[in-house]
Design a protein around this ligand. Structure first.
Ligand SMILES: [Zn+2]
Length: 284
């Protein structure tokens, strides 16, 4: 049987604004509504940042708490992944929402350049974020902006710093970081399989116009796919994406073309080794 494909929707991010695309959800209620539509369209993971009302990035745990509550109510079963990325806050503020016990959180394990600055992830902060995730039973998604980040994840897994088999996301097409390069992509997959086993799941994200390319590559190669307005606000060169759900539907169509069933939230939780929501209730 062909492996189901997990579709992750990155709904907001810390950069795009309503001026870039009015469909970018900013307030918590807009975020819940946009995620609900994307969930119905086939997404089983929501990757989320929170914003202030003036659209600037925030790392306020109270906002994350309201978002988690809304998502659990309106998208029951969906995997909630919070961003601990460096555009939303500085230092340990990046992980201040981890005690809320989201299912997952993004974890950058090394530094690299971004379009206009250095994306700083110092070793002691990476260790602290990983320890907080372990303490609160949050599964990290390793953001691999570079090959060294995949090998760093292996080192951390060997030291017992990560929960379960590392789930690595290849990020390509960020200016000044790893470009969209097919040979590198194939080598990333080989590296994940060599380090974490032939069945280790992995995911890929492309930025801007590269979102389509990385969705196609990942779906055809047996990986999982991330889409959403955080990474790309356009449907094609001439049209803005009308919603997060529209981008999810595009990924679903690619799955159909590649004979990949779209993973339900139950299948996605099984693939990633995540607790079921009911168990979370009991544990809390
Ligand atoms: Zn993000």
């Amino acid at each position: 049987m062909t492996k189901p494909c997990i579709i992750c929707v990155a709904i907001t991010g810390s950069l795009p604004t309503k001026a870039n695309n009015p469909a970018v959800p900013i307030t918590v209620s807009e975020q819940v509504e946009s995620t609900h539509e994307a969930f119905e369209a086939g997404a089983s993971i929501v990757h989320a940042h929170v914003r202030n009302d003036d659209e600037t990035p925030s790392s306020d745990p109270e906002k994350f708490a309201r978002l988690k509550e809304g998502l659990e109510k309106h998208c029951p079963g969906m995997i909630v992944q919070f961003s601990t990325g460096g555009r939303s806050g500085a230092g340990q503020a990046r992980g201040a929402m981890l005690p809320l016990r989201p299912d997952m959180a993004s974890l950058s394990v090394g530094s690299n350049n971004f379009p206009t600055r250095v994306y700083e992830n110092p070793p002691e902060l990476v260790d602290w974020l990983a320890a907080e995730m372990l303490a609160h039973d949050v599964k990290p998604e390793i953001e691999a902006f570079d090959l060294s980040h995949i090998l760093k994840a292996k080192d951390m897994a060997d030291r017992g710093q990560l929960k379960g088999t590392p789930y690595v996301q290849f990020v390509m097409g960020v200016k000044n970081a790893m470009p969209v390069d097919r040979d590198v992509f194939d080598y990333y997959i080989r590296t994940v399989h060599r380090l974490f086993g032939p069945d280790a799941p992995w995911c890929a994200a492309g930025i801007g116009k590269h979102q389509i390319t990385l969705n196609e590559w990942a779906i055809a190669a047996g990986g999982h796919a991330r889409t959403g307005l955080e990474d790309n606000v356009r449907l094609d060169r001439d049209r803005l994406a009308p919603s997060n759900a529209a981008l999810v539907r595009r990924a679903v169509e690619m799955c159909e073309k590649n004979a990949r069933p779209v993973a339900t939230w139950q299948e996605a939780r099984a693939i990633l080794g995540l607790r079921l929501p009911a168990e979370a209730e009991v544990a809390a």
